[in-house]
Design a protein. Sequence first.
Length: 344
Amino acid sequence: MASGILHFITAKWQEIATNYRDLIIKDPEIASRIEAILRMVSYLIQGYTRKFPFSQEISELVYTASNLLTLTNDEIYRHARKLANVSSASVIKIKRWLTVVEYVEVFIEVGSARLLGDFGRWVVVLMVQILKAAMRLVLVFKHKDGIQCRPTIAPMKRDSKTLSEMNNKQNMKNDPTAQELPVWKGERSGRFVRSLSADRRQYPNLDQYKMFVEQEPTPLTERQKLAELLYTVRPVLHILSMFTFGQNSWKPWLISTFTDLSSLVIAGDTTKRTFQERQEISRRYMVLLLYLLRSPCYDNYSREKVIAILGFLSRYIPGSSLIIGPLIEYLPYWQKTYSYNWTS
């Protein structure tokens, strides 16, 4: 009896999974809409049900589920369309697991704080950051995978134009007689150039093409490996310094700031990197602004200014209070959550 029920459930699950897979392959934009709905639900839970017990945990669970669903849907589409990947199977496996850890780390932190208390939370956060750093260092030093982007596996763009170009690029590789692609990449220089048959109006900016073309990582010099090492271990150094000097001390903040700045300075020139790598370096410069929102700088200097600016925008921009109001309420929670505040 029990085995029959189990067999029925397994068969039904396989049928549902197959139907869902076929649906995603046929219309990937449906997947994007489902993921967007889940994210919106998580924002609504976080913004409007904060007084209810377990609202933070439920919100993070829904948001984590949306991210994991995005990763799953992308894998379904890549596998079905047999989209080429420049990385080896072992690198892809490590990146896949690293992305999963990145997506679940906030929920793990929030859940451990609820179950284990503050000390247990910090132990779990430290273990997660050590695990992430170890996987990234394996990618950098063993597999020569270049600069490590965040997120490790970026979500696919699923609009019809981007997917069409990705499929055309794959068809060109599989069929030498296929129509010439509008853009080609030089084997030695790595530069993207329009083909003679390309319509200039289709790609007025070649960056539009580079956005969805996966490029091989740029080999790192020893100096650049040092820079990547510093950037990778920075969260671990920050947590260890917090254990040493206390959460309210300026020393962890200064150590982390110095490590990030040193990494960017040591990395040197970024003009000869791939499009994705240059985007990652730009992102690292931008997130330096987050130090204004990180304690103790936020608690002692920038909190009142940030809230005053948000309040001004809320009063003078029609309709913005619907977004800025929950955002102001959300700031203390974002501040308290290490994985949001310090692992960007």
